[in-house]
Design a protein around this ligand. Structure first.
Ligand SMILES: NC(=O)c1ccc[n+]([C@@H]2O[C@H](COP(=O)([O-])OP(=O)(O)OC[C@H]3O[C@@H](n4cnc5c(N)ncnc54)[C@H](OP(=O)(O)O)[C@@H]3O)[C@@H](O)[C@H]2O)c1
Length: 257
């Protein structure tokens, strides 16, 4: 039996929760009765979400830049000191900057890596320490379908998201023995501030509240992957089953290359 947290088991911590998917998931987890700690850099936005929430559970603002390793550790210590146990952690903070192959940029690689990879690792390590001590826990890492296979203009982002999928797969073997459920979240296009700046048609674009519902329901299931909208994400999975010439042909056809 894999561990599935109930509000009595402890608090929830969500990074990247000042807007978008993280904020929507926080509100829904609080409605399930959890104490939810929300982190991001925008202290003002977090405080507005926390103070205006009226529901079953509680929301607490916990400002954080995920690239700051010590600050992540302090957040985990704070949650444990206030709520006794951290039952669920959703490592969701992420960023996306497109990069063309004819315009490579160290700055883009470094920036994306620092938030999407280091930002996850910085939270993951102290979270696992405390869950190991508690003998149970649940961790969800938010990746993307861009991690399934290379997509145009996605170099730094795809690299980071593919890395997160591999990381979660790799950790699952030991985490299962430790009673820590690890899941990977692989959304397609979700209507959030992150995708607002996209200047191309986004197939099967999903409203953020619906995406959050999928995450919350997915957390209650034993499945390793939480993926949505499935019509789109399964299509991408299927494309990745083909040999490379066919894969590249299909991606070029769909995206215009
Ligand atoms: N939207 C999509 O279509 C889509 C698809 C696939 C995967 N995803 C993934 O889903 C996750 C959430 O995306 P979203 O669409 O909700 O993005 P979003 O609307 O841009 O929200 C991103 C969140 O991350 C926070 N954040 C960014 N840098 C941070 C840092 N250094 N430290 C702490 N928090 C930071 C932002 O808050 P502050 O700016 O206040 O720090 C914000 O709360 C990301 O990992 C993204 O890659 C999104």
């Amino acid at each position: 039996m894999t561990f599935t947290a109930k509000p009595k088991d402890g608090a929830v911590w969500i990074t990247g929760a000042s807007e978008g998917i993280g904020k929507a998931v926080a509100l829904q987890m609080a409605d399930e009765g959890f104490d939810v700690y929300i982190s991001a850099r925008s202290k003002d936005k977090l405080e507005v979400i926390a103070s205006s929430y009226r529901g079953k559970g509680n929301i607490f603002a916990l400002p954080l830049d995920v690239t700051d390793r010590t600050a992540n550790l302090k957040c985990v210590e704070h949650i444990v000191s206030k709520s006794n146990k951290l039952a669920v952690c959703i490592l969701n903070a992420g960023t996306f900057k497109p990069m063309r192959g004819d315009n490579l940029s160290f700055e883009n690689f470094d920036f994306t890596h620092s938030v999407n990879i280091d930002g996850v690792i910085n939270g993951l390590v102290p979270v696992v320490d405390t869950m190991k001590e508690a003998g149970q826990g649940q961790i969800a890492i938010v990746s993307s379908v861009a991690g399934y296979g290379g997509l145009p203009k996605n170099g730094p982002y795809g690299l980071s998201k593919a890395g997160l999928i591999n990381l979660a797969e790799s950790l699952k073997y030991d985490f299962d023995k430790m009673n820590i459920k690890i899941q990977i979240v692989t959304p397609g296009f979700i209507d959030t501030p992150l995708t607002e700046k996209n200047d191309f048609p986004m197939p099967f674009l999903m409203p953020v509240d619906k995406a959050a519902q999928r995450v919350v329901k997915g957390l209650e299931k034993p499945n390793f992957e939480i993926t949505f909208p499935r019509r789109f994400t399964y299509m991408l999975k299927f494309m990745n089953l083909w040999c490379y010439p066919v894969y590249f042909w299909m991606v070029r056809k769909i995206t215009g290359g």
